[in-house]
Design a binder for this molecule. Sequence first.
Ligand SMILES: [Zn+2]
Length: 257
Amino acid sequence: MSRDTEMAHLHPVFRHKVELLLQDLARASLPFRIFEGFRSPQRQRDLYSQSRTRPGPRVTNADAWSSLHQYGVAADFVLFIDGKWSWDDSAERKKWWQQLHKLAAKHGLQPLSWELPHLQMQDLNLSELQAGNYPQGGDSDWAENLQQAIDSWRGSPAAPPLPPGLPARPPLPSAAPAADSNTPALANQLGIKARVSARDGLRLRAGPGTGFDIKTTLVSGQLVNVLGNSGDWSQVDLQGDGLADGYCHTGFLEQLH
Ligand SMILES: [Zn+2]
């Protein structure tokens, strides 16, 4: 459950505001960077449990689905100086944080009084988000990431409704291997080489590296054909038609034979 700093996982309206703020910060030579953007409900629960059901300092007042980070409309900005993150707000640096909040306000980004790095889209109501009333203008990058978070959540409270505007995918040809046909014998018969083994799903990317665009997320248990390897990355075919669909990290593929 690592920190997510992907701009694509932020709601486009919020993402644009964050981009403008980052430009302003650069112009003002203020060394703030995004420490964390989207946060999965699992990670929120983990942070929430710290100081409550497990040891450690209290770091958040919000449980899963109760932080705007889960909806891609909040981000934490932290000083990044000499290759290190810094939360220092003493002496001269106090003014830097004040300037961060001042520039943020210009773009409709709101701080929380008790959490210096946190900025969120202003005038949003948590209970509206929890009811599935998301800000207008969501795109597929944001929606698919939120969908993945919703689909992967098994806990309580219940996940919010799915975001609207998820891109419809064409149905698979009827000859395509079913995703649940995961017995090795059948997989062998179909020429299947590997099975996705990643609890929260596996990103399929346009190229062999995390810098490439995310094309979709493969679900755990899904069968894929591996066409080749490039470093730690496998080029995969999803339909069984011999054509490459993208790349995913080989570490999350279980070889079947
Ligand atoms: Zn935050």
